[in-house]
Design a protein. Structure first.
Length: 644
């Protein structure tokens, strides 16, 4: 029996990025004793890396903006696969969340008349992204952290203990969501409910359990399953896997966003993001022949909204009311595919990308003021002065639109009472493709909602569900398994590299049936080998051990991506199939759910773990449909939906 410390809380939030911190603040303000747990140092979450801004229709730069326009843009960007109620709540509530940040101390860039400044971004009809230079995520996290500290100071005054009602466990990893009613527990057979999380300290390896009736997963994305990615080390799909293992489904995991502009050179920095603000502020894409090729790639559904000539596109920056936007500002999926095609056609840059140029578009001083991080990033990492020469850029795995299925209003996961999810780990909001800036607003809108409903759920329970010792023992044994690998143990780093290669090459930006089938075959082999992943030494300071545990999550999530991608025989948003190149209206109302399959007796470790299920999306509410022209809807909706 494992001796494991236990603590009791009302709400546990897993993840201290924008979604997790906003959830924790809300839960604590609603009276719940709240614990936040995160893998990195407090304040170091992936959200810190967000550059361009946070989308909210405040209408500060163009008064034409409002929630309806933002909703329309979001639905178009997601090619109408979005969970429309989430897109509605998001568009309506994002401005309040930004103003709230300001009252908590966030210092946004200003317009000349002193309002919060807003910048252009791909797919947004109006300048909509509130920003702090190109370091918006840092300001967002700094502000939320400051708010947490302020709440802790209030608690100190009342209880003499800063952490009485809000505590952060940093540099700790959650490996299991625990549930009551599980085998071996005193309440076996009762309706299973969330009862807490099993965790370990990364530095010491010490195990502990946080008991709580409500758990909010806010663990971010999955990018570390791909070789070329803009994502940080934390993005190993933990929350996605924790939810699957707890019995919750993931939705539409085939949709992975490849951001069009990552660095391509030198190799050590390949994948690092080049913010979309570069194009929002006037940067243009050219191929090796010097051509602004994006004019050749405007798809039919967007033809009326984008400039057809360079002159018109350039005039739009000064006079957006009388000109159409340049196609460099098409949604990310379109731009990424176009770059891919140019490189494939032999018109790429020397290192396999294309050229992104601001140097001929703005004075050097303006570039340094508006894009300070980009200036330093290229100077320091690639020895390129972006005020004097073009950057080389290419697609990089950036964001996952698929995620834990949630109820739109409450962020609760269906079928697992007590489990909530918010932020990048949750699915549905962005449909098949996320617009830039819509993640930071998503984190705040749904982080707040998750915290609110988790607190309400916890306070409504008569008694917290019990954590069984059997479940704790099983979680401890699972976590210790890599120390007991036999002779012939597999190296977790080798397995990780092979996984990244398989996902990048076979389930990447352009997909083909045979390659995805091959990916699933390779994943089977990797699963069998990962069951033998072994590490030496002990639990203190052992990154190989951490990776062995992360592999379980990356393999589960990768199987979801590959399986769903193989099933969806169309191209839409962040899922492009060379063998099924068009967007099919009949697929519009179809959601693909991934569920975990319990291994049958006699199954080996390579057995498939994921079962797919098709569900139909709820019909879009008529007043929301009325925001679009019928002609436009006809391009997206299935025939029967048009007449419902
Ligand atoms: C370079 C870059 C720039 C971007 N710029 C923008 C932008 O300008 N605008 C925009 O809207 N979006 C942007 N995005 C996307 C956006 O930053 C992310 O989608 C968003 O920050 C995700 O926030 P989150 O709160 O969901 O997760 P995160 O901020 O990633 O936080 C996840 C948290 O979960 C913790 N965690 C994970 N697994 C575990 C575990 N097993 N146990 C305990 N803790 C765990 C992590 O330690 C971390 O604290 C950008 C992304 C990148 C990579």
């Amino acid at each position: 029996m494992a001796q494991v410390d236990r603590q009791q809380w009302d709400v546990v939030v897993v993840g201290a990025g924008g979604a997790g911190l906003r959830a924790a603040i809300e839960a604590r303000e609603r009276g719940a004793r709240t614990a936040v747990i995160c893998k990195s140092l407090f304040g170091k979450a992936h959200t810190v890396m967000a550059e361009g801004g946070i989308a909210a229709s405040m209408g500060n730069v163009n008064e034409g903006d409002n929630w309806q326009v933002h909703f329309r843009d979001t639905m178009r960007g997601g090619k109408f696969l979005n969970q429309w109620r989430m897109a509605e709540l998001h568009a309506k509530e994002a401005p309040d969340r930004v103003w709230e940040l300001e009252t908590w101390g966030a210092l946004f860039d200003r317009t000349p008349d002193g309002k919060i400044s807003q910048r252009n971004f791909g797919g947004h009809e109006y300048p909509r992204l509130a920003h702090v230079g190109d370091r918006t995520g840092l300001e967002l996290i700094r502000t939320l952290q400051q708010k947490i500290v302020a709440l802790q100071q209030e608690d100190f005054k009342e209880y003499g203990d800063y952490e009485a009602r809000l505590k952060v466990f940093q540099e700790c990893t959650v490996t299991r969501v625990l549930k009551s009613g599980s085998a071996g527990g005193s309440d076996a057979g009762a309706e299973p409910r969330v009862s807490g999380v099993f965790c370990y300290e990364r530095e010491t390896g010490r195990f502990f359990v946080l008991e709580a009736p409500a758990v909010v997963l806010a663990t971010g994305g999955i990018g570390k399953s791909f070789k070329t990615t803009s994502n940080s080390w934390e993005y190993t799909g933990d929350g996605h896997a924790l939810a699957l293992l707890a019995g919750a489904p993931l939705v539409n995991m085939e949709f992975v966003q490849f951001h069009p502009t990552g660095m391509v050179w030198p190799p050590s920095v390949k994948g690092i993001l080049v913010t979309e603000s570069v194009r929002g502020d006037g940067g243009v894409l050219r191929n090796s022949e010097g051509k602004r090729f994006m004019f050749d790639y405007i798809p039919d559904v967007f033809k009326e909204k984008y400039a057809q000539t360079e002159d018109e596109g350039d005039r739009w920056y000064e006079d957006p009311d009388n000109n159409r936007r340049p196609p460099e500002l098409l949604p990310r999926d379109e731009v990424a595919r176009a770059i891919n095609s140019e490189v494939k056609a032999g018109r790429g840059s020397p290192h396999g990308g294309v050229f992104l140029d601001v140097s001929t578009r703005m004075p050097a001083e303006t570039i340094k003021r508006r894009l300070p991080s980009m200036y330093h990033q290229f100077k320091e990492l690639a020895d390129v002065d972006i005020t004097a020469e073009a950057m080389e850029v290419g697609p990089t795995c950036h964001y996952v639109m698929g995620g834990i299925a949630v109820e739109s209003d409450t962020a609760a996961t269906p079928g697992v009472p007590g489990l909530f999810a918010a932020g990048e780990v949750a699915g549905g909001m962005h449909g098949s493709n996320r617009l830039g800036g819509n993640s930071l607003s998503d984190l705040l809108v749904f982080g707040r909602r998750a915290g609110l409903h988790a607190a309400q759920y916890a306070s409504a329970l008569a008694a917290p569900p019990a954590v069984s010792q059997a479940e704790v023992d099983a979680a401890a044994a699972e976590a210790l398994a890599p120390f007991h690998a036999d002779e012939g143990a597999e190296n977790p780093y080798t397995l990780h590299q092979e996984l990244q290669t398989a996902m990048n090459d076979l389930v990447g930006i352009i997909r083909r049936e045979a390659e995805m089938a091959e990916a699933l075959e390779r994943l089977r082999g990797l699963r069998a080998r990962a069951a033998r992943a072994g590490v030496e030494g002990h639990r203190q300071f052992n990154p190989g051990w951490h990776l062995s545990l992360d592999l379980r999550n990356m393999l589960l999530v990768s199987e979801c991506v590959a399986r769903a991608a193989l099933e969806r025989t169309e191209s839409r948003g962040g899922h492009t199939r060379e063998d099924c190149p068009s967007m099919e209206r009949d697929w519009r109302p179809v959601n693909l759910l991934c569920r975990l399959v319990e291994p049958a007796a006699g199954d080996g470790p390579d057995a498939d773990r994921i079962r797919l299920e098709r569900t139909r999306t709820e019909p879009i509410r008529p007043d929301l449909l009325a925001l679009f022209e019928k002609d436009e809807l006809a391009k997206y909706l299935a025939e029967e939906e048009l007449y419902e």
